[in-house]
Design a protein around this ligand. Structure first.
Ligand code: NDP
Length: 458
């Protein structure tokens, strides 16, 4: 038995902190966890979960319209934002309770309040000191809004979940996950939506075909995509918010939401005073086992800014619990992390893009298919699904799989298992499809697309 109050004190009860606390306690450690905002963190309260509920809400308008071709007479009489927000809040309260119970059942002590580090083994919360052999910082991240004149008139995704009323016109700034997801949400529930992105094509880092295909599909749905556009200032006028762009043009809206990235939440923790090394953006620098530059202080999740995804945070949490309390030093495996962007249509992706594959592997074969799904043969909706597979010609291994289309997230999870197992294209080809599905296309792609050189010569 150590002289400390706890074997581990966790700061932050988000996905990462809760998982680490629970499993460490299950392995026999004495654990406390401090939280000053909401149980479950970003994902449960102002991220993945409410976002996905909003995406469902936004999709209904198309479903109502599409049902006509299948014989239904459905009249959507309107959309009530308040009902959605209230129901979402009720569900989140339920989840907050579940998280609290899970911690309690595991024997983790919950300390309500904002924690600061006093020394390498002591945490203070609301004036009380707690000592611990190890301290785990899992404080997550927070949206970053650039400093522009009129910044006080704009919101970030956090506030978007609690809007009193729905705007008529919205501008979403940014070209990453959150921007495209919220553009789809607002557009789907009837808001006149503009997405502004500073570069030439959004979704930087994703496969180029994914980026261009998604841009086309979002445009078809009525989202006004303004690329190479950035807001210089925002002014509040009697008729709404006026955004003046860097090129001098103006756009008026009732709501401007910035989705320009998230920064590690380290302010006020007192890490620098203890000599904990931080990266330029504030991220806690950790080794392969999530130990910071101070031996007793560990960090996981968005606060280390490696991959800002809940399932990755969970994997990092398991690694820490195993390392500290199971005598099984464990690293997190960042290979083949699948992810989905819940835009409408959604994107699913695992492995690397064509651009990265050509750079790293040189000789690659590209298989691509663009088609209208069976469902829309009756509805006539002009919606195209795109699927793409990148194969290393030398080894036949599948290096990347990408999809833009309905159920992309659901489909790619299974494909991720195949890639993790090192599947070759031959394995995909020998797999029997499930008919009729969109997913079967991934096992029936026979002909690679012509090489860019050959294509250019034609
Ligand atoms: P991202 O990093 O994905 O995207 C930020 C976007 O904002 C980029 O397009 C970037 O442009 C742009 N940007 C950055 N700074 C500025 C600026 N000063 N002015 C104008 N534009 C700017 O961040 P998000 O906020 O969308 O999401 C944060 C993270 O959360 C994601 O990276 C993702 O890991 C995670 N997330 C995951 C989800 C999921 O799994 N479905 C859903 C939501 C979030 P540029 O490309 O030019 O740098």
């Amino acid at each position: 038995m150590s002289d400390y109050d706890y074997d581990m004190f966790v700061i932050g009860a988000g996905s990462a902190g809760v998982r680490a606390a629970r499993f460490s306690a299950n392995y026999g450690a004495r654990v406390a966890i401090a939280e000053d905002m909401f149980m479950g963190g970003t994902c449960v309260n102002v991220g993945c979960i409410p976002k996905k509920l909003f995406v469902y809400a936004a999709h209904f308008h198309e479903d109502f319209a599409d049902s006509a071709a299948y014989g239904w007479t459905v009249e959507a009489k309107g959309f009530d934002w308040r009902t959605l927000v209230d129901n979402k809040d009720t569900e989140i309260k339920r989840l907050n309770g579940i998280y609290e119970r899970l911690l309690g059942n595991a024997g983790v002590e919950i300390v309500n309040g904002r924690a600061t580090l006093v020394d390498a083994h002591t945490v203070a919360v609301a004036g009380k000191h707690y000592s611990a052999k190890n301290i785990l910082v899992a404080t997550g991240g927070w949206p970053v809004v650039p400093d522009i004149p009129g910044k006080e008139h704009v919101i970030a995704s956090t506030e978007a979940f609690y809007l009193d009323e729905l705007p008529k016109r919205a501008i979403i700034v940014g070209g990453g996950y959150i921007a495209v997801e919220f553009a789809g949400i607002f557009n789907g529930i009837g808001v006149d939506t503009t997405l502004m992105y500073r570069g030439q094509l959004f979704m930087r880092g994703f496969d180029r075909d994914v980026r261009t295909h998604l841009a086309d599909e979002l445009t078809k749905k009525g989202i006004d995509l303004k690329f190479s556009t950035n807001i210089a200032s925002v002014e509040k006028t009697a008729s709404g918010l006026v955004a003046t762009c860097e090129d001098g043009t103006t756009v008026e809206a009732d709501l401007i939401m910035y989705a320009t990235g998230r920064a590690p939440k380290v302010a006020g923790l007192g890490l620098e005073d203890l000599g904990v090394e931080l990266a330029d953006n504030g991220a806690i620098v950790v080794d392969d086992y999530f130990k910071s530059s101070v031996d007793s202080i560990y960090a996981i999740g968005d606060v280390i800014d490696r991959v800002q995804l809940t399932p990755v945070a969970l994997a990092e949490a398991m690694a820490v619990a195993n390392t500290l309390f199971r005598d099984a030093p464990t690293k997190a495996d960042y290979e083949h992390i699948a992810s989905a962007v819940f835009s409408q249509p959604p994107v699913g992706t695992v492995g690397i893009s064509e651009e990265e594959a050509r750079e790293r592997f040189g000789d690659v074969a590209i298989f691509r298919s663009t088609f209208r799904t069976l469902k829309h043969t009756l509805t006539g909706r002009d919606a195209q699904t795109m699927m793409k597979m990148i194969v290393d010609k030398k080894t036949d291994r599948v290096l990347g799989v990408h999809m833009v289309g309905d159920d992309a997230g659901e489909i790619l999870q299974g494909i991720a298992v195949a890639l993790k197992a090192g599947a070759t294209k031959a394995v995909f080809d020998s797999t029997i499809g499930i008919h009729p599905t969109s997913a079967e296309e991934f096992v029936t792609m026979r002909e690679p697309v012509p090489e860019p050189m050959a294509e250019a010569a034609q």
